[in-house]
Design a protein around this ligand. Structure first.
Ligand SMILES: NC(=O)c1ccc[n+]([C@@H]2O[C@H](COP(=O)([O-])OP(=O)(O)OC[C@H]3O[C@@H](n4cnc5c(N)ncnc54)[C@H](O)[C@@H]3O)[C@@H](O)[C@H]2O)c1
Length: 435
């Protein structure tokens, strides 16, 4: 029986795994499989990434460089741009991007493109697991149907499942291996196949009854974050009107040992997940004539935070008899969150653009990001030290990296807007304004 053959391979060490899309999600997964002694081939369109892996050179912060180099050297991990390798593979995980189009609709073209390439070389006995975050129904509507049209019966000839990726870049405690992984198979046999393969590398695989349920789990998790961040962002706006310190309120509320979970305000949402995933859900519901009101409201508040920050910066300068126009501004941090090198959807990019539009001369510093392209400008990270900081009229702390001494700003810069409470330990300072 085909399913048993696949399961046997998971037991006798002959399983060959492919990972399509070698980014923040795919590369750590590929390394996880390879580190368990499984032969892994990564497939990516980027020759740069493929060549880098084949040279044993890592490019993802969460991946251990020594480990990747050894896995490549020992022949456990290699990469290619050529999908025909699928012919030799038993299990393939798809980890390609799922961004939004300029119109704000889901862009599933990457899933479709990789699916079509996989289909060219698909064969009986293989497992395909979609990991890219997407709207409920994608796996059954776009994957299962296409494999069946090719004459491969899902659940009998091939096995298809959805397993949302939960990786949290920069998290020192939870990585691919020890983050429980939700799995939904298209049929019970698909589920069995997926559990057998992922059970080799993931500490806890959490089964759900369908691919749709698994797709929705991811959207719930990130919608939960988006809405709660939206709530505290609005609380920050209300606290400013009420002249109350929002950070103090959250800190004190967090002492409640039950029924409260702290979320923190900031300059806006960033990354490839939290600002985007809820929109996949609301978009799907829109096609079914239902308006996801919580999602829309949170998105509304979160996406206007960069404007709010720049408005507050302008007000703080005004209080000091100054203006944004003509000022020298330093934006501290362009990564969307601390300790990572990812600028996708980063609110810092919007803040830079807004400050430039208002006439400021803007520079930025980020130890993780040497160069950045905003909507209209290309910039390089500037040096950051006590002397260089003196030349700025204002600084805006957008990202609170742990390896940056933000106290320098409070000592040397006439006005600091702290959108992350990075200077909390200094106590109140006349030149520091908090979100
Ligand atoms: N980054 C995160 O923190 C995170 C966390 C959880 C889930 N996710 C989800 O995982 C998915 C992947 O995200 P990511 O952050 O790893 O993206 P990424 O941009 O870092 O990596 C995607 C990779 O896919 C490659 N690619 C694009 N089209 C391809 C194709 N047709 N064939 C082969 N390779 C192709 C790209 O070159 C890139 O290397 C997305 O759906 C995202 O929402 C991301």
């Amino acid at each position: 029986m085909i399913l048993n053959d696949l399961k046997n391979k998971t037991q006798n060490g002959t399983l060959k795994v492919g990972v399509v899309g070698l980014g923040y999600v795919g590369l750590p997964l590929a390394v996880e499989f390879a580190a368990k002694g499984i032969e892994v081939v990564g497939i990516d369109l980027s020759t740069e990434k493929v060549d880098s892996i084949n040279r044993g050179e890592n490019y993802i912060l969460d991946v251990k460089s020594d480990l990747l180099r050894d896995l490549v050297k020992n022949g456990k991990l290699r990469a290619t741009t050529d999908y025909s390798v699928i012919r030799e593979l038993d299990a393939v995980s798809i980890c390609v991007p799922t961004p939004l189009r300029k119109t704000g609709d889901p862009d599933i073209s990457y899933i479709l493109a990789s699916r079509d390439e996989i289909l060219k070389y698909a064969h009986a006995g293989m497992l395909v697991v979609l990991e890219s975050t997407t709207y409920p129904g994608t796996t059954d509507e776009l994957m299962v149907t296409a494999f069946e049209e090719k004459g491969l019966k899902v659940g009998k000839d091939v096995f298809i499942a959805f397993s949302p990726e939960r990786v949290d870049p920069g998290n020192e405690h939870f990585s691919t291996h020890n983050t429980p992984k939700v799995m939904g198979g298209s049929t019970p046999a698909c589920m069995e196949a997926a559990m057998a393969v992922y059970g080799l590398v993931i500490k806890q695989v959490v089964p759900v009854s369908s691919t749709q349920a698994a797709e929705l789990v991811k959207l719930l998790e990130n919608t939960f974050r988006s809405i709660n961040i939206g709530l505290v962002n609005e609380l920050a706006i209300m606290c400013n009107i009420l002249n109350v310190d929002v950070w103090e309120v959250i800190r004190a509320a967090s002492t409640k040992p039950f029924g409260f979970m702290p979320f923190y305000p900031g300059p806006g949402l960033g990354g490839h997940c939290i600002p985007i995933d809820p929109i996949y859900l609301s978009w799907k519901l829109k096609t079914l004539k239902y308006r996801a009101r919580f999602i829309e409201l949170a998105d509304d508040i979160n996406t206007t935070m960069p404007d709010y920050v720049v408005h507050r910066v302008g007000a703080a300068l005004n209080d000091r008899g100054r203006a944004i126009k003509g000022s020298k501004a330093l934006v501290m941090g362009v990564a969307y969150k601390r300790d990572i090198d990812d600028v996708r959807e980063s609110p810092s990019l919007d803040i830079i653009e807004l400050l430039i539009k208002k006439g400021a001369n803007v520079e930025y510093h980020d130890p993780y990001i040497a160069e950045v392209t905003t909507a209209n400008h290309k910039m390089k990270s500037v040096p950051y030290d006590k002397e260089s900081v003196k030349k700025y009229d204002l600084a805006v702390i957008c990202t609170d990296h742990r390896n940056v001494d933000y106290a320098l700003l409070a000592d040397s810069c006439p006005m600091v807007f702290d959108a992350r409470n990075a200077l909390a330990s200094l106590g109140p300072k006349p030149n520091v304004v908090k979100l």
